[in-house]
Design a protein around this ligand. Structure first.
Ligand code: MN
Length: 258
């Protein structure tokens, strides 16, 4: 059983070290880390196509890439590793990746890159920034990884799980709750400032607060102290909208003549 570990906070992040530490001694498991050199949060599945990527080894033994989380997993899977891992895990992220965050998240992006290659993948995040109780979160992550291995889900059809863990001591963490994504309000306003040369510069504002945090969502589960587990899919097709759009498109363009 070979597990590839990546993240989006960079190869020196405490969440990555804790996840590696928690998984490396699992029986029959070999782990390897390929992670970004720098913080690449909110890079989603971005790939670097217009500059070369270099892989180096850090003092902590982790290999790092001057690219995005998806670059790391992509490079690892398409040549760097020289073998196909059985599982890709990402994190543990410094902060929540719930609801709409999953679209932007580099933590999810790294896992999704594995999933796109047909490999089961799990993205782990802590709900609050600052790494409090990171060892408890890593232990919970290990519990889930052990469980999916024991259930023989690794090696079968790929799946993509998004997991958010409240920052609590291990004994105070609730059960795993399988739930859907909630929704956030639109992001806060952009922050405009003037740079030393008089040009206006903009900082992207904070993510919005939970808008749909109803029972059955990741926001709700983690607010109750439970660990949210959301199976994700990648197909963005609006299946319910297909028929209506076929009719609209049919009125737009004249029918082809044979
Ligand atoms: Mn991050």
């Amino acid at each position: 059983m070979k597990i590839l570990i990546s993240n989006d906070d960079g190869y020196r992040a405490p969440g990555l070290a804790a996840l590696h530490e928690a998984l490396k001694d699992l029986a029959g498991v070999e782990v390897e880390v390929v992670a970004p050199e720098h913080n690449n949060s909110a890079k989603s599945n971005a790939l670097t196509l217009h500059s070369p990527l270099y892989v180096q080894e850090g003092g902590n033994g982790f290999r790092y890439v001057n690219g995005t989380p998806a670059d790391c997993v992509h490079v690892a899977l398409t040549g760097l590793l020289g073998y196909r891992p059985d599982l890709v895990v990402s994190g543990i992220n410094n902060g929540a990746n719930m609801g709409d965050d999953t679209i932007y998240s580099g933590t999810v992006g790294a896992a999704m890159e594995g999933y796109l290659f047909g490999i089961p993948a799990i993205a782990f995040s802590q709900t609050e920034k600052g790494w409090s109780h990171i060892d408890a979160a890593a232990r919970k992550a290990r519990d889930l990884v052990q469980h999916v291995i024991a259930q023989q889900l690794v090696g079968g059809p790929p799946f993509l799980l998004n997991v958010n863990i409240p920052n609590r001591a291990y004994g105070e963490l609730g059960a795993f709750e399988v739930c859907r994504l909630g929704r956030r309000h639109a992001a806060e306003k952009v922050i405009a400032q003037t740079d030393p040369r008089g040009e206006t510069m903009y900082w992207i504002g904070s993510a919005g607060a939970a808008k749909d945090g109803a029972d059955g969502t990741d926001f709700h589960a983690t607010a109750q102290g439970r660990v949210s587990v959301t199976p994700l899919q990648v197909d963005l097709t609006d299946h319910d909208g297909l028929q209506a759009w076929r009719q609209i498109a049919g009125r737009l363009a004249p029918a082809e003549r044979g």
